[in-house]
Write a protein that binds this ligand. Structure first.
Ligand code: NAD
Length: 483
């Protein structure tokens, strides 16, 4: 029988005031309920925020190395639960078991990284105009922070938000996506087992427009970190425009990969295919557009189509699977509509783009990875985030045109270039309107110790992960000491 989780509030697993639950389904076998969760409302959100507010004073006074100790213990506990957590991640979100294990390893790595960062919570000493004055800065927490996460990295994103928030002395209310909430519930269990005091970390589950909205609109919240779609991010920003609290929005992408004629073509094809189709394209950093110089266009298209044809689509629990199912029927219909629109606008589909059927395919939403050419650069297909296994290939004459096309989008999360010419690589890096730029690696691959975030509509200007996250979750106090 599927386990029913409560909300985790003030150190207890509690039933929602609504008395209602919702099911967390397996995208690979859509009648299989992985677990049940509380369908929470504003009453639950208020209880979680009250617990976080009550716990704030003691937690923020605890010395940073002590707070770090809890994160280190949490890392050890999650490492011990790695295989079980990865199985659940695949069952609730769909991605391949190998990728799921990689995500749990990343969560463990993030906990260890932030545990080691308590030494980085330093300020500055500043020379003064005044004789004998001691002028320095220190970091203070923001207070209660609301963390809102999407479904596509259901373990790593809750960790990369909560670990730096907790280290900086904030208390937390996390609202994960209802499409994959169990990985976040495991993080709550891990923090509880690590001994993090009651009320410091709270988890509430349910619909975005109900419990999500209630939490991010509450006056007790002093900081919001949101990852998800641009539409929801903008709505959260609008709602809080009058409140002058700190808000980080990490949103979608329309990520380009430029292929230069001097590139190692086998590697370029592999990096493009990996970036575009792994995890069914459900990555904000997924490659959505391959921008190919005309000299190598035919060769690239032929090889990318051949490689795409050979990809195995299936249940993520099957170790042979390369391309996992789409998260749910709603996302599937969105991708299918996008494909249909592109075809009716005259775009050419060279491979894939079909809803698969028969056998396992009848139990989930499986779309064969698709490669398109001949679409208009201002079409929805070329401009909107599809968030599915779909790649568009564009022919350009030179690097200047490639950069212009790469930047011709409202988004600016990640970008890449495949080339052996270091000058071209650095030129692209300088002129690409993206927050994360790859020279000879897939657009969808980041390291946890480096800043993560985008430009333009992909972000509100903040950065996550690395030491940048500490700047978001703390505020600077300047102290003047005269004897
Ligand atoms: P989404 O915007 O639908 O939902 C994200 C979260 O916000 C969920 O927890 C949802 O319940 C909640 N939510 C929805 N409406 C809300 C409201 N009115 N108030 C408060 N919370 C609300 O996004 P999604 O479909 O879960 O995720 C996919 C999107 O996330 C894609 O656009 C993808 O590019 C983006 N993403 C971005 C990054 C990044 O770091 N840039 C990383 C992963 C995913």
């Amino acid at each position: 029988m599927a386990k029913t989780y409560g909300n985790f509030i003030n150190g207890e697993w509690t039933t929602s005031a609504t008395k209602k639950t919702f099911a967390n389904y397996n995208p690979a076998r859509n009648t299989e309920v992985v677990s049940e969760f509380q369908d929470s409302n504003a009453v639950d959100g208020s209880a979680a925020l009250a617990a976080a507010e009550a716990a704030l004073s003691a937690w923020s006074k605890l010395l940073p190395p002590k707070r770090a100790d809890f994160l280190r213990k949490a890392a050890d506990i999650l490492a011990r639960r790695r295989d079980e957590a990865a199985d659940i991640l695949t069952r609730e979100e769909g991605k391949n078991i190998g990728e799921a294990r990689g995500e749990i390893d990343r969560s463990v790595g993030l906990l260890r990284f932030y545990a080691g960062q308590w030494l980085g919570l330093s300020g500055e000493t500043i020379p003064s105009f005044m004789d004998g004055r001691f002028l320095y800065t220190l970091r203070a927490p923001l207070g209660v922070v609301a963390l809102v996460s999407p479904w596509n990295f259901p373990s790593a994103i809750p960790v990369w938000k909560s670990a730096p928030a907790l280290l900086c002395g904030n208390t937390v209310v996390l609202k994960p996506s209802p499409l994959a909430p169990q990985s976040a519930a495991i993080i709550a269990e891990v923090y509880a087992e690590a001994g993090i005091p009651a009320g410091v970390f709270n988890l509430v589950t349910g619909a975005g427009n109900e419990i999500g909205e209630a939490v991010v609109s509450d006056q007790r919240v002093r900081g919001i970190s949101f990852t998800g779609s641009r539409e929801t991010g903008k709505a959260i920003m609008r709602k809080n425009a009058d409140r002058l609290i700190r808000i980080a929005l990490e949103m979608g992408g329309k990520n380009p990969m430029v292929i230069m004629p001097d590139a190692d073509m086998t590697r370029a094809v592999e990096d493009t295919v990996t970036g575009a189709f792994w995890a069914a394209g459900h990555k904000c950093t997924a490659t959505s557009r391959a921008i190919v110089l005309e000299k190598c266009y035919d060769e690239f298209v032929e090889k990318v189509v051949a490689r795409t044809k050979g990809l195995r689509v299936g249940d993520g629990m099957d170790p042979k699977t390369e391309i996992c199912p789409v998260i749910d029927d709603k996302q599937c219909k969105k991708i299918e509509a996008c494909i249909a629109q592109a075809k009716s606008d005259g775009a050419k589909c060279l491979v894939g783009g079909e809803r698969l059927s028969g056998g396992i395919y009848d139990h989930g939403c499986y779309i064969s990875p698709a490669v398109f050419t001949d679409f208009k650069l201002d079409s929805k297909f070329a401009q909107d985030e599809i968030f599915g296994p779909v790649l568009g290939v564009i022919k350009v004459k030179d690097l200047d045109e490639a950069i212009a096309v790469a930047n011709k989008t409202e988004y600016g999360l990640a970008s890449g270039i495949c080339t052996r010419d270091i000058k071209a690589g650095l030129e692209f890096a300088r002129r690409s309107d993206a927050g994360m730029i790859h020279v000879n690696s897939p657009t969808a691959g980041v390291e946890l110790q480096a800043p993560f975030g985008g430009c333009k509509d992909s972000t509100s200007g903040s950065r996550e992960m690395g030491t940048s996250a500490l700047d978001f979750y703390s505020q600077t106090k300047t102290i003047y000491v005269d004897a």
